[in-house]
Design a protein around this ligand. Sequence first.
Ligand SMILES: [Zn+2]
Length: 437
Amino acid sequence: MKDDRFDILLTNAVVLPMDDEHTVYPDGCVAILGDSISAVGPKESFSSARAGRVMDCRGGIVLPGLVNAHTHAAMTLFRGLADDLPLMTWLHDYIFPAEAGLTRDMVYKGTLLACAEMILSGTTTFCDMYLFEDAAARAADEAGMRAVLGEVLYDFDSPNYGPIEAGFAFTESLIQQWKGHPRIVIAVEPHTTYTCGPDLLRRSHEIAEKWDVPLVIHVSETLSEVEQISSKYGRTPVGYLDGLGFLCPRLVGDHCVVLTEDDIRLIAERDVKVSHNPESNMKLASGAAPVAGLLSAGVTVGLGTDGCASNNNLDLFGEMDSAAKLHKAVCRDATVLDAFTVLSMANRNGAKALGLSRLIGSLTPGKRADVIVVDTQKPHLAPMYNPASHLVYACRGSDVDTSIINGRVVMENRRLLTLDIERVMSDCRALARKITK
Ligand SMILES: [Zn+2]
């Protein structure tokens, strides 16, 4: 690597590239040129390297930025507004009424707050479903984050676009507007099988195929949803979607908690991706998704936080810890969802789920430079035998020290460089006073 010149060189790091071989460089370096990873390896191979900036990681862990495979970012505004309620009561009596008063400005400010929280806890990419996604996309772009975003579509009128026909037009115009952007991708996102009829679902699938973008839906989140769809259509939600030709490799199914063996087989056969949201599923008492079964069927499973109103944070480190432990308890088997598997769900498999594995998910030369540095100079992280174990079972989001997205440093020494965090928080506190009026 003699005479190589880089923009950024991360040194003195335990590097986890998250490659197929599960490589760990105990004393490694990561080199970045422009927006991409240029080289990764042991420090010896960088002895002659020159870089515009050398960042000493002080023995910390360097890994691919985390991917939040499912959230509703602007729901930061409703964090703690209504807790300890069943999903349908929570949704119909609290969340839908609060969302009826939602504005574009609220979504913009709430999403900025979410981006701040996500960057500060090691997330570099998120998949969002909400209203006024033009404002969410603008916020994600300003924060310097990578995001897949889709306007939520359902059969009743939306406070944003009105009737569903306008929702399709809104989605297609967003797709056109952001096409070719280096970090922002627009997806097609019908809400769920009980709020979207067959026509809406077929049209959504067609639009996603036409523009070659991801398709995202909440599916089989609760037993009551499965019962409702089964009594209406005579099939489980997954079987019903399959009958519509909706199941396909570009589809991300959020939750997938209540699944039959046939559902798992269909999801695997159609190469549908799954976003697992254990803390939201626990908090809303929906149950535990059969993740061990999905993984052994070969399904790609990413990890998400869901919205802040049902979690109540966006910290994927907490989510990894919860996922690893929940399934051990449910399966009564300590070997399921080991640390490396869960860590993979939070970066490389999340990237694959969102159709981004060509660009991100591992520290591979040529991929975009979405990289985080975890500070291990802390009592709860000493000593360190196995970095993957620490990341899943001991680290918190607040241990992330530095974050780079698309080659740009967006946080350094825990200081956000893209957002005025005091202003973002005070804007959201002012909105909260109106929400509770
Ligand atoms: Zn959700």
